[in-house]
Ligand binder design. Structure first.
Ligand code: ME8
Length: 649
């Protein structure tokens, strides 16, 4: 169809020199979220990823592993494909640069460049380090030695093919300046112009003779084609460029080429020039995102588990990992990946905000209406109107943010709706409405609105966390209702059909114990109790807000208490933490309180302590109490009445 909207997005093709880490997954997860979003909003999408398999580095690594390059890359590529499957990467094509469909076209392009005078043969002069098999320019040498290994280098002259970059430099500069979206973020554009283009482009050596794991130059088999000329071409060879009626005609130029900032120069200088020389249009946007780093700056063996995306996805779910990667770091900037911040995000955004919203709402629907979705009343109160309006506005706010590749901001916008929905519960106190038969209709409206808001949220979650909507929809009984899962269905409020029997499922994201996770995954003492002198907050005894926020402090109502048999000190206390949420703790307060004077008290409670058994009795948290130096003890309570379960922050 002529007026069909298309969207072509690519990731870098990764070196299968080693297993990928969570940093590589970052680019691919972002591209996947974009691809899914565009599909959801009606585009015909082509999403390409793959592997960059040639070059000296891979050849050497294969030799080191005692394998042929082919065997070596095959194994890693299989691992990478499994990773993408586990992370739900919905690519349309996976290109390997060792495939004939790619190699043939690269060779053909090379010949064309040569025949039209873009490539010429000349002598290459450089300082050669034999052990490293690497050439260096005079400027790169360190004290006249190899900058990598520090050994002697020798001046070598050999024949090589060169690409006449200078021929296209002015055109490229003009293109970059006339197309403000070509290199994003903008700061990176200036870096490319000022550091590379303005000082003048040197011709690029595009062949090698020192190794043979590459695409042979078709008319000179002493040479293989330089790995970047080979690799960059994947974005068009995968579309069958040069063939009749190909995907190339439909999808080129690419809408977004996502890359890490490390390879921006290759993608915004070499790549456009290679394309110009083929008379092809340039990609609309090359987006160089920032780096994901570890707190320590480097990866260590003991942290291996913590950066292996397959281990992380298996333990915490791929949706949680995807959410974290997309949400935590403003796309474009550098950010820190730490297990701590990952677990905290799971606990706050996924367990507390999203998970609780779904489980509280469905619990109440079951408790008050046997799961039968009530008919909402015709009239609206202010909170209903606010919730409905926010739900209806959110898709329109998310879409332009996605178009600007502000993926984290788009998710933040969606979470406003999640939080607004939770606030709606607090404002309307359904448990109080349930006590009054005359408020039954109001209660029904509140439950209906919450279920509809959850539907809105679940639909918008799809690009970022594809598995979570599939866990929510059966609870809302809309797993088969494609019409209610579509983005278009969010144009109007009220899609959920009254009378539908909804059913609470398992918790979406159970809370995790941070310290236990750190111990398990890193085998290290948790940061808080380490004596690492580089951590200033531990030297002065101060903690930051994040550390405080790890403690899930709540108001709890004591339902009942009784003495623990054969103990003078312990009371078993039953607590209520809001509708349907109950806990039991064993507290060392029997010498200060009689069991029956406690009932009804609102006390402060640590809700995320790992459960333990005291005298064989399960204790799921801790009551807070103050003691003075005279040995007096008092439970801490709240100043005014507040609902059990309220958070203390
Ligand atoms: O460069 N944080 O492949 P590569 C964020 N084969 N992203 C990261 C990252 C980190 N810590 N580490 C890696 C190559 N990446 C070439 C590309 S394209 C024609 C050829 C991501 O396996 C980032 O996108 O070294 C970076 O550009 C890419 O992985 C590099 O992957």
């Amino acid at each position: 169809m002529a007026d069909e909207k298309t969207f072509y997005i690519t990731t870098p093709i990764y070196y299968p020199s080693n297993k990928l880490h969570v940093g590589n997954s970052y680019t691919t997860v972002a591209a996947d979220a974009m691809a899914r979003f565009k599909r959801m909003t009606g585009y015909r999408v082509w999403f390409l990823t793959g592997t960059d398999e040639h070059g000296q580095k891979i050849q050497r690594q294969a030799e080191g592993a005692g394998k042929s390059p082919r065997e070596f890359v095959d194994e890693i590529v299989a691992w990478i494909k499994e990773l993408w499957e586990e992370l739900d990467i919905s690519y349309d094509d996976f290109i390997r640069t060792t495939e004939p469909r790619h190699m043939e076209k690269v060779a053909k392009n090379f010949t064309r460049y040569y025949e039209q005078g873009d490539i010429y043969k000349d002598k290459y002069e450089g300082w050669y380090c034999t052990p490293c098999e690497a050439y260096w320019t005079e400027r790169q040498l360190e004290e006249c030695k190899c900058p990598d290994c520090g050994r002697d280098v020798e001046l070598i002259t050999e024949e090589a093919y060169f690409f006449r970059m200078s021929r296209y430099a002015d055109r490229l500069l003009a293109h970059i300046e006339a197309n403000p979206d070509f290199i994003l973020p903008v700061s990176r554009k200036n870096e490319m112009i000022n550091n590379f283009l303005k000082p003048g482009l040197e011709d690029l050596c595009v062949s090698r003779t020192s190794f043979d794991w590459g695409i042979p130059v078709p008319f000179d088999d002493e040479h293989v084609i330089y790995v970047w000329l080979d690799a960059l071409s994947n974005y068009i060879t995968a579309l069958d460029y040069g063939e009749e009626n190909s995907k190339f005609d439909i999808f080129w130029p690419a809408d977004v080429q996502l890359i890490g900032k490390d390879i921006l120069r290759f993608h915004t200088i070499y790549w456009p020039i290679f394309l110009m020389a083929l008379d092809l249009p340039l990609p609309k946007t090359v987006f160089g995102h920032g780096w994901l780093m570890l707190q320590e700056g480097k990866m260590s063996k003991s942290k291996g588990n913590a950066v292996d995306p397959r281990v992380l996805a298996a333990r915490y779910s791929s949706d949680a990992l995807r959410y974290f990667l997309l949400r935590e770091i403003p796309f474009g900037q550098d950010g820190i990946f730490s297990l701590e911040s990952f677990i905290n995000r799971i606990n706050t955004d996924l367990a507390n905000d999203l998970g609780n919203l779904v489980s509280r709402t469905l619990t109440m629907a079951e408790r008050y209406f046997d799961g039968v979705l009530p008919q909402p009343a015709g009239s609206e109160e202010t909170s209903d109107k606010e919730l409905r309006e926010m739900a209806l506005q959110t898709p329109g706010l998310v879409e332009p943010l996605m178009d600007e590749l502000k993926l984290g901001d788009a998710l933040a916008e969606l979470w406003q709706l999640v939080r607004r929905s939770n606030k709606y519960i607090d404002e309307n106190t359904p448990w109080a409405l349930a006590k009054d038969e005359s408020k039954k209709e109001r209660l029904g409206t509140v439950i209906y609105n919450l279920i509809e808001a959850i539907r809105f949220i679940s639909v918008m979650l799809q690009p970022y966390m594809p598995r979570t909507p599939e866990r929510i929809w059966p609870q809302l009984r809309i797993a088969e209702r494609k019409d209610l899962q579509s983005f278009e269905s969010l144009a109007s409020w009220g899609g959920m059909v009254p009378g539908t029997v909804v059913e609470r499922g398992e918790d979406l994201f159970p809370r995790l114990n941070l310290q236990a996770e750190i111990r398990e995954m890193q085998g290290d003492p948790p940061a808080e109790i380490s004596d690492d002198p580089e951590k200033p907050e531990q030297q002065d005894g101060l903690i930051n807000l994040d550390h405080f926020q790890e403690v899930d402090l709540r108001v709890a109502r004591i339902k009942a208490a009784e003495k623990v048999p054969k103990s003078d000190k312990l009371l078993k206390v039953a607590l209520e933490l809001g509708p349907g949420e109950e806990r039991q703790v064993v507290a060392g307060i029997a010498q200060y309180y009689e069991a029956d004077e406690l009932e009804g008290k609102l006390v402060l409670f640590v809700a995320n302590l790992k459960p333990v058994k005291l005298r064989g009795v399960l204790s799921q948290g801790m009551l807070l109490a103050a003691t003075d130096d005279q040995g007096n003890l008092t439970l801490t309570t709240v100043d005014r009445k507040i609902k059990p379960g309220s958070r203390i922050s």
